[in-house]
Ligand binder design. Structure first.
Ligand code: ZN
Length: 154
């Protein structure tokens, strides 16, 4: 398996642990989306696409995310603390949709994703120093001034 392309979309939020969303192409013919780059306490790591674990509403049997407080379908108040309870029992609250099945592959994927992320970060930093961003800042300020409040009519 060859990783033939990695696309990176940076998340430009200060204090946000989620740093980027990535799309990875394998052998030029298979795409995996929604791979995340996350800043953990031990540094950056790669999270494979995952879905939240669900359980069923006692009233209408609709599926809800385990941390949900109210049923998506009927609005029934769901039992509190299901999230904490599941976590304390060691249940996985997220399950990976696609993932490597051995250490070597995991390391290879992580390396490729983080290399692409760092390259994209560098590109965006270089772009931030170019004069084009000054122009867009000026345009945004001009837009802000024109938004004059005319007041409400009764
Ligand atoms: Zn329900």
């Amino acid at each position: 398996m060859k990783i033939t392309e990695v696309r990176v979309r940076l998340v430009n939020e200060k204090n946000e642990r989620l740093k980027a969303f990535c799309t990875m192409t394998l052998d030029n013919e298979f795409v995996i989306r929604d791979i995340k780059v996350i800043e953990g306490s031990q540094g950056l790591f790669v999270a494979m696409p995952s879905r939240k674990v669900t359980d069923r509403c006692p009233k209408c049997r609709a599926k809800n995310y385990v941390p949900a407080k109210y049923c998506n379908e009927c609005g029934e108040r769901l039992k509190g603390g299901r999230f904490e309870e599941a976590a304390s029992l060691g249940d996985k609250l997220h399950t990976d949709i696609a993932h490597p099945i051995n250490k070597e592959c995991r390391a290879r994927v992580q390396e490729a994703i983080l290399a692409a992320y760092r390259a994209e970060l560098q590109r965006s930093r270089n772009a931030a120093q170019s004069p084009s961003t000054e122009a867009s800042t000026a345009a945004r300020e001009a837009e802000h001034e024109s938004g004059e409040d005319t007041g409400d009519e009764l």
